[in-house]
Write a protein that binds this ligand. Structure first.
Ligand code: SAM
Length: 668
């Protein structure tokens, strides 16, 4: 969905009326969510039995089974599916459940609905703990240690299904559950049945509670064979069926330059070049999916931009949607959950490796703050607008200006995060390899260091930031190095009052091992690797301006004796990361040459891409927030899974966006 420049609002929640027996009823659609008699038994009969689950889970070809649902509602279908999957003896297939919902339930309504299903209490509690609330966009929830993925798309199916369908088949079973067709036409239209078919893998099945003629005919036209089966409760009939004809491809609405013209090669192994946050998170996401990963670095782990002692989990809010702010919010939320899981599992240690203690971001635009204060009321778990006085109890110190309080944020030690990711079983890390060069072999990518073969694998992902590319042919991808110097200041009785992260013109977090790593400077076209006293002064001046009550202590510090670190962030011209398949530049320019004449014309061709080659870089100062979601996206792409982000964001991250822009401006 193209939301660019639309006002940013939380999604509108479901408006529910509760029956005396506690069953939810939708005021928006004037219909029940599930059978008033027994929702659980209905779900079991219509959706699980209708799709022959759990039987089919025991013989899934590639070890992963994907379910698509239209209408998440209370999550009853999902919870029952999760419970049945959990009851299977291992080995179980990995389960991916993608659900699209226009009006999600509030936390309170969700808890009220779940209160009735004691048999599902355990999984229901876990779902509520991970619930994304009413934050717009797509939400990937990684459950059961990664064996179960729940993708929640808070969108109208009419937007989401065609968006998802552009990538082609990835679903094995459908739960079509969008209120009665007579009450909600929006869920039962031919373009949606076509998109459902386009998303279906061979042999995919569907099940739905309705047997309405228009649904049967629509699904048949899309390529499904539909069978009537007995309905549940008062309903006489319901429908189930299988895809029997390959679907016709969905007509592109925009030039599909982002979609490769050939399917990705099957991958069982990967080379990841560069062991910073981007490389380590990518290696972990691939290894979680069973790939054997070789992670290579010219130097040590986290030796470059990811080597600071403390980094902040940033995001940004804005009154309007844009790829930059939408990506910043979605990636932040995913990262915060990911790090919370790493702390919970013991892979990260609270205190030395970081703390999700919340962060407060001063904001200089009072109008925007006032506007967003109202809009954030329904998403308090994301952010709240606070005055300095209201922020003080959270921070432990009085900030100078009003701003946003992000309760899920905090600080991390980036090298510890890199270690935690690189320690994922299935990742083999090789450091000090010298400059790594990539070469395409017959069916593999080969990595060489000093001319020696280091490793070979089916795919390669370049995550080398501003260092020399492993493939010289990629030097057209625009990246800039931005010098940043941090300063290490000793913790004191005064600074120990700080309980959370404060982002002003710079940032400071509670002390780690007795000192604060503050920063950071921001200098383009500056290659100086030595620590500069003037930069320490700059960092300290900004801190003193933000916390005047600390000024005396700050002025006593000897800038000549301060430790610190110089790093070079890698940023793109539009400050979004650069991530995705790498285009074959010359062939790409030929295919889309007509864009030079008319940038708006629709060219139906897909893009030529280099087989099995991906890039993941340019995370700027936000690598802690942005890398986990980008890694997840790339791993999904490699494994043919549904993507965790919408196509608009995928296009905004794609390296080929720069070729398209240059063609459109006739600059190339
Ligand atoms: N599967 C649900 C469960 O387990 O509780 C029940 C789904 S309920 C019958 C139908 C759902 O479809 C509602 O939550 C409703 O908000 C959603 N819905 C209706 N029209 C929609 C649309 N156009 N796009 C996305 N969701 C829609």
């Amino acid at each position: 969905m193209n939301r660019d420049n639309q006002p940013w609002w939380p999604v509108a929640a479901a408006e529910i009326q509760w029956s005396e027996r506690g069953a939810p009823y939708s005021r928006q659609f004037d219909d029940v969510y599930y059978s008033r008699e027994d929702g659980l038994a209905e779900s079991e009969h219509v959706f699980l039995a209708g799709n022959r689950l759990p039987e089919r889970w025991s013989h899934c070809a590639d070890g992963s089974f994907r379910i698509g649902e239209t209408g998440f509602g209370t999550g009853l279908n999902f919870l029952l599916t999760w419970q049945r999957w959990r009851e299977l003896p291992p080995p179980r297939p990995r389960l991916h459940y993608l659900s699209i919902e226009k009006h999600p339930l509030t936390r309170e309504d969700l808890a009220r609905a779940h209160g009735h299903w004691t048999a599902l209490a355990g999984v229901a509690e876990e779902l509520r703990a991970a619930w994304p609330g009413l934050v717009p966009g797509q939400h990937r929830l990684v459950l059961e240690g990664g064996a179960l993925i729940l993708d929640l798309w808070w969108e109208d199916v009419r937007e989401a299904l065609p968006d998802l369908a552009s990538h082609g088949p990835c679903i094995d079973a459908w739960y079509l559950d969008g209120f009665a067709p007579a009450r909600n036409e929006s869920m039962w239209q031919q373009p949606l049945f076509d998109a459902v078919a386009a998303l279906s893998r061979p042999g995919a099945s569907f099940a739905t509670f309705t047997a309405a003629g228009q649904v049967r005919r629509g699904l048949a036209q899309a390529g499904f064979e539909a069978h009537k089966m007995p309905g549940f409760g008062r309903k006489r009939e319901s429908l189930r069926g299988e895809l029997v004809r390959p679907a016709t491809a969905v007509e592109p609405k925009v030039t599909p330059w982002d979609l490769p013209d050939a399917p990705p090669p099957p991958a069982d192994s990967a080379l990841v070049i560069g062991a910073g946050l981007a490389g380590c998170s990518t290696a972990a996401a691939l290894a979680h999916r069973g790939l054997s990963v070789t992670l290579l670095d010219a130097q040590a782990l986290a030796g470059q931009a990811s080597g600071n002692e403390q980094g902040i989990l940033y995001t940004r809010l804005s009154r309007r949607h844009s790829p930059l702010t939408d990506f910043a919010l979605q990636s932040f939320r995913f990262a915060a959950t990911r790090y919370a899981q790493l702390f919970a599992s013991g892979a990260l240690q609270r205190g030395s490796d970081g703390e999700l203690c919340g962060s407060y971001h001063e904001h200089g635009d009072p109008d925007e703050l006032a506007l967003l204060a109202g809009r954030l009321v329904s998403v308090p778990e994301l952010a709240r607008v606070l005055s300095p006085e209201r922020a003080e109890p959270h921070l432990g110190v009085l900030p100078s200006r009003a701003g946003f309080w992000y309760p899920a944020s905090g600080w991390l030690n980036p090298p510890a995060v890199c270690h935690a990711f690189a320690g994922t079983p299935g990742v083999r890390f090789q450091e000090h390899c010298g400059e790594v060069a990539l070469q395409r072999g017959k069916a593999h990518w080969e990595a060489r260091g000093d001319g020696e073969l280091l490793a070979r694998a089916s795919i390669a992902i370049i995550c080398t930031g501003v260092s020399t590319d492993a493939l010289p042919a990629l030097d057209w991808i625009p990246r800039q190095a931005i010098r940043g110097q941090t300063s290490h200041i000793p913790g004191s009785n005064v600074s120990s009052a700080l309980k959370a992260v404060l982002c002003h013109a710079g940032y400071i977090a509670p002390a780690r091992e007795g000192r604060h790593c503050i920063g950071a400077t921001f200098n383009l076209r500056d290659e100086d690797t030595t620590l500069r006293e003037a930069d320490h002064r700059h960092n300290l001046d900004r801190l003193a301006a933000a916390l005047p009550q600390w000024r005396d202590d700050i002025e006593r510090l000897d800038t000549g004796a301060l430790a610190g670190r110089v790093g070079f962030r890698c940023a793109s011209p539009d400050y979004l990361p650069i991530a995705g398949p790498v285009p074959d530049r010359e062939a790409f320019l030929r295919t889309f040459a007509q864009l030079r004449k008319n940038a708006r014309q629709l060219i139906a061709d897909r893009g030529p891409y280099m087989s099995g080659l991906y890039i993941n870089t340019a995370h700027g100062s936000r690598g802690l927030s942005s890398t986990p979601l980008v890694a997840e996206w790339l791993a999904s792409l490699v494994c043919g899974e549904p993507a965790p982000i919408c196509r608009e964001l995928q296009r905004a991250l794609a390296p080929s966006r720069f070729l398209v822009r240059d063609l459109a401006r006739n600059r190339i």
